[in-house]
Design a protein around this ligand. Structure first.
Ligand code: HEM
Length: 703
């Protein structure tokens, strides 16, 4: 349905999307019924949701008019009718609001609230029940968005739409597929939220809901924009930050007991600060792509809406500071009033910001989406064809992906904070590990963000070089940093043992059955080599190169599969199974051979891999597709040698060190036995051999 695709670029994307709850189970647990506590705060529980909805809808309608999204229907252009014109932005607002609530309530129940042993606390139970309802509403509004978007794109009123058209849109057009996936994930989160009481299932439901927020960001308005790497990754970071920030606050307002709230609000406040920064930076990055020039901030209607959001952000920043300085200390003193009033006001401002956001996503942008009038290559790549590679071009003209950049910054900053904490506590942390970790982060950021990343889109050889760097060099360096060991030493234990902080979740993750399975050397080897052959000797590469989500997932997989294998081979972090070194050497040799064989097999291929993609992006200045592919094969073959040799040296060194440790242990035992006259292992072993010898002698008939 190509005409739908084109129309989609001009009409904008979809995204996800409120409260009803019946507290049942927690009543018994807390003695004093939560329901009664809720009713005591009746005026707030009653008015706040209404105030938030009114604020969001009022700002939405005003912003739609200001932003020019509600222009008169143009004669000759199909008009979807008033129902769609009004219902679409409202359905989107509902989807955004319920998505935000689902993520915030589940994250608070699983990670911020203290639990009750393996189960969530009574408040946690209340929040996850309400999250289940919000998630169900979210799934419903995502499905409604599919129908309304088709009606809007085709200019056909909902009543006159036929089912096959809607189904074909939902199953074959990326935007429709994203909404369908979102609806499915939201429904799964709803079921899980209402199914169990364990903290693990609450954490799983929270993870599902967080993932469900993402797909539309990769396919909507942002995907059609120029520079779509920045547009898409910034919007993804933006909606994730906004969902946690707004939803977390809504969850706090449902916790009535000041004593419980004080600690949770403190933990939330740290999270909110991170979300504030993420929403601000990603919002500005996204706005920059669409505005084109700063002057458009006051010269365009879109810019005015952005100014509105900036104002909202500043107000929310002031609220946040006031909470830290005034209301949270009062909460600790058992006084809840100030916090509730300020948080309620904050939620109304948030609602207005989300209303503005939906209007933004429906409004024409100063930088028109390249859509049909731009050359198809720029529309496909999200950037113009780079000139022939030179050192300047490979290092310059960066192609930053905000997700990768944010991950790199967070990875480097949290590691350095950890080292700083250990140092402050007087503990030693080898500088080599810090250097290894930071080098890994740097190489990762360079391989995914410098000019080189542009060539990895258009040349198979550059793609293969990127693959090798991300699957071998980066993981070896990161594994050398021993991040889990550092985290477990540097992270503080929460004062309340019932709270599962990052450290507790990390320990659970490291010792979980899933980690045990993944770190089995044969499984790690299988994933590593299987992805090599699976990606290049199937149609998968072409499919993944065509979608931004696919491309990001592919690069993340390169790093993750490499990290897993090298963690098993040379990692020192806990959670890695104890495997005899000779077996590890065998596994490494097997990985090297598979890698070498892969390079050779690739060199032998006479057909172009991912022909659709590489034919449509092949640069005029490059050698033929097959020649470039052979170069890529050579890179795969040769590149593997150096890191593999380094790993072998590290493996053998660890083997020798382990032997020396064992020898020292045996010596200490022998010394101890000598000192105490007890038999040590050696003595016992010799005694065993002697006894076995005597027995043998007794059995053998005397000649
Ligand atoms: C104040 C807190 C904020 C919240 C809660 C918020 C929330 C959101 C949400 C939920 C969306 C996705 C809307 C949709 O597509 O359905 C969005 C989109 C967006 N936001 Fe924000 N945002 C905030 C602040 C900002 C700021 C400060 C900026 C810019 C400086 C910004 C710029 C954008 C842009 C450009 C989009 C994309 C709109 C489009 O698709 O064209 N946001 N925001």
């Amino acid at each position: 349905m190509p005409h739908v695709e084109n129309a989609q670029r001009h009409a904008g994307s979809t995204r996800s999307g409120a409260i009803t709850a019946t507290a049942t189970h927690p009543e018994t647990a807390t003695g004093r019924s939560v329901g009664a506590a809720v009713s005591r705060g009746g005026w707030l529980a009653a008015t706040l949701p209404v105030a938030a909805v009114v604020s969001a809808v009022a700002v939405l309608l005003l912003a739609l008019r200001v932003g020019g999204a509600l222009t008169q229907s143009i004669p000759g252009l199909p008009d979807p009718g008033p129902v769609t014109t009004w219902a679409l932005p409202v359905a989107r607002l509902l989807a955004d609001a319920t998505a935000t609530l689902t993520v915030g309530l589940l994250a608070t129940a699983a990670f911020l609230l203290p639990g009750d042993g393996p189960s969530v606390s009574p408040y946690g139970y209340l929040l996850r029940r309400r999250a289940g309802l919000a998630a169900a509403a979210w799934a419903g509004s995502a499905l409604a968005l599919i129908v309304l978007t088709v009606s809007d794109l085709l200019g056909v009123p909902v009543g006159r739409l036929n089912v096959p058209t809607v189904v074909s849109y939902a199953t074959s057009i990326s935007q429709g597929q994203a909404l369908l996936v979102q609806a499915g994930l939201a429904a799964a989160a709803a079921a899980l939220a209402r199914a169990g009481v364990s903290r693990d299932s609450a954490a799983l439901a929270a993870a599902l809901a967080t993932v469900a927020v993402v797909p539309p960001a990769f396919t909507g308005h942002a995907a059609g924009a120029g520079n779509h790497q920045i547009a898409v990754s910034s919007l993804t970071l933006h909606v994730l930050g906004a969902a946690l920030w707004v939803g977390g606050l809504a969850a706090l307002l449902m916790i009535r007991r000041a004593t419980v709230l004080a600690d949770v609000a403190n933990r939330y406040s740290r999270l909110a600060l991170g979300c504030f920064a993420a929403v601000a930076v990603s919002g500005m990055a996204n706005a920059a792509v669409r505005l084109g020039t700063p002057a458009q901030l006051w010269q365009s209607r879109y810019g005015w809406l952005i100014l509105g959001k900036l104002a909202a952000l500043l107000i929310l920043g002031v609220f946040g500071a006031a909470h830290r300085r005034r209301t949270i200390p009062q909460l600790r003193a058992g006084r809840r009033g100030a916090f509730t009033r300020l948080a309620a006001g904050e939620l109304v401002v948030f609602a207005a910001a989300v209303g503005l956001a939906v209007a933004l996503s429906r409004s024409p942008t100063p930088v028109p989406d390249p859509g049909t009038d731009a050359d198809p290559l720029t529309a496909l790549l999200g950037f113009g064809m780079p000139a022939a590679p030179t050192p300047g071009n490979l290092l310059g003209q960066p192609l930053p992906d905000l997700l990768f950049l944010a991950a790199s910054l967070a990875g480097a900053a949290s590691y350095l904070v950890g080292v700083g904490r250990l140092r402050k506590a007087g503990h030693h942390w080898p500088i080599a590990r810090t250097a290894s970790w930071l080098a890994g982060i740097l190489v990762f950021a360079a391989a995914t963000g410098l000019g080189f990343a542009r060539y990895a889109y258009v040349l198979f050889s550059a793609h293969m070089a990127q693959h090798m760097v991300l699957a071998m060099l980066v993981p070896i360096l990161l594994v050398g940093g021993a991040p889990v060991t550092l985290a477990l030493r540097a992270l503080r234990r929460p004062t309340d043992p019932q709270v599962r902080g990052i450290r507790q979740w990390l320990l659970r993750g490291v010792h979980s059955p899933v980690t045990r399975l993944l770190t089995h050397p044969l499984v790690a080897l299988g994933i590593y080599t299987g992805s090599l052959f699976g990606l290049y000797f199937s149609d998968l590469l072409g499919t993944l190169m065509r979608s931004h989500l696919g491309h990001v997932a592919m690069l993340v997989h390169f790093v993750a599969s490499g990290y897993l294998l090298f963690w098993v081979l040379i990692g020192i972090d806990p959670g890695r199974p104890r495997i005899p070194h000779p077996f590890l050497v065998l596994i490494h040799l097997a990985a090297m051979m598979a890698h070498g064989f892969f390079g050779l097999a690739l060199m032998q291929t006479t057909t172009v891999i991912a022909p659709d993609w590489y034919t449509s992006v092949h640069p005029g200045w490059a050698s033929s597709l097959l020649d470039d592919q052979k170069l890529g094969a050579g890179i795969a073959w040769a590149f593997g040698e150096i890191p593999a040799a380094v790993v072998m040296i590290l493996l053998v060194r660890q083997w020798i060190q382990a032997d020396q440790r064992e020898q020292r242990r045996l010596d200490r035992a022998a010394d101890r036995a000598e000192a105490t006259g007890e038999d040590d292992d050696l003595t016992r072993y010799n005694a065993f051999l002697a006894a076995a010898g005597e027995q043998e002698a007794r059995r053998r008939p005397t000649r």
